[in-house]
Design a protein. Structure first.
Length: 198
């Protein structure tokens, strides 16, 4: 039996040839086709409706009316946010001093250490998100920026944008497409009030 001895230079050459051979694709192999599936507008809107309904956007962005089982969404004003025509309820100072966070009767107004905040109009009206771009929607959800504008104030509690920020791009695109397809509700939501106003 014959023994083959390789020098360090010889071993390096053999390894280099082996690595090149392993990295070469066979000449007969075809490039892989793009497997990305185009999503139709209709399917995207359906997905967005599913997400908006299961995430619970109506919980804060649709005013409530009293039903047989308690507060229920008033679908006439779906996604209108806090209605301008509704009066503010006076906050109970004693409750706030002991750490309570208070909600208005329609569940679209919240009062806490940050002051008073009002749920935004997210309907397709121009007073809602009707004029928004998809980029603004993404920035609003991912960065917590008011109206999705770069130099705007942060979104206020109880908006849990930091949880929704974890949604993937396709889910956010779907939600935006659905909200833009909803019935527009004209309602200019009041500006928030600072804690000093309490």
């Amino acid at each position: 039996m014959k023994k083959i001895m390789l020098t360090a230079a010889g071993l390096t050459s053999v390894l280099a040839v082996a690595l090149v051979a392993c990295n070469q694709a066979p000449a007969t192999e075809k490039p892989q086709a793009d497997t990305t599936v185009a999503v139709s507008t209709e399917d995207r809107i359906k997905r967005g409706e599913y997400l908006v309904n299961t995430i619970g956007c109506d919980d804060c962005h649709t005013p409530k009316k009293m039903g047989a089982m308690g507060p229920e969404p008033d679908m006439e004003f779906r996604f209108a946010g806090h209605l301008t025509a509704r009066p503010d309820m006076p906050a109970v100072a004693a409750a706030l001093k002991t750490g309570w966070v208070l909600m208005g009767p329609e569940l679209t107004m919240a009062v806490g250490p940050w002051g008073t905040s009002y749920a935004a109009n997210i309907s397709s009206d121009s007073t809602g998100i009707g004029n928004w771009t998809e980029e603004q929607f993404f920035r609003s959800i991912r960065e917590g920026k008011y109206k999705g504008l770069e130099n705007s104030r942060p979104l206020l509690p109880p908006m849990p944008w930091f949880n929704f920020a974890k949604l993937n791009d396709e889910d956010l695109k779907a939600m935006f497409a659905f909200l833009k397809s909803t019935r527009p509700v004209k309602n200019l939501v009041p500006a928030p009030k600072p804690p000093a106003s309490l």
